[in-house]
Design a protein around this ligand. Structure first.
Ligand SMILES: [Zn+2]
Length: 102
């Protein structure tokens, strides 16, 4: 996976997490000042469980993705793609800059 793709996955995980936390807070605030029904109680438990499972699974995904991060890569200063450490631009951008048709 490229750094670009990894950061896409991370921002997806982050937005999903924020969304779940908002759902939990909304639910919680609706229950605060009254008696809740069994159904609501069950719904809330399921929502919490969904959130816990999400944290567990995405935690595993994040640690798996970080294993890849150990290989040293650089990013192209023009397009941001991954390139070897000893270069500043990728071959595509280099050729475009030099006017070489690919
Ligand atoms: Zn490039």
């Amino acid at each position: 996976m490229t750094n670009k793709e990894i950061s896409l996955v991370f921002s997806y995980i982050y937005s999903q997490r924020v969304n779940l936390e908002r759902q939990i807070n909304d639910f919680q605030s609706r229950l605060r000042y009254r008696n809740i029904t069994e159904t609501e109680c069950l719904e809330f438990a399921l929502l919490k469980e969904r959130y816990n499972m999400f944290l567990e699974v995405t935690g595993h995904i994040k640690s798996l993705l970080c294993l890849n991060k150990k290989q040293s890569v650089n990013t192209c200063i023009i397009c941001g793609d991954d390139i070897p450490n000893n270069r500043q631009v990728c071959t595509v951008c280099y050729n475009r800059y030099k006017g070489v048709k690919s």
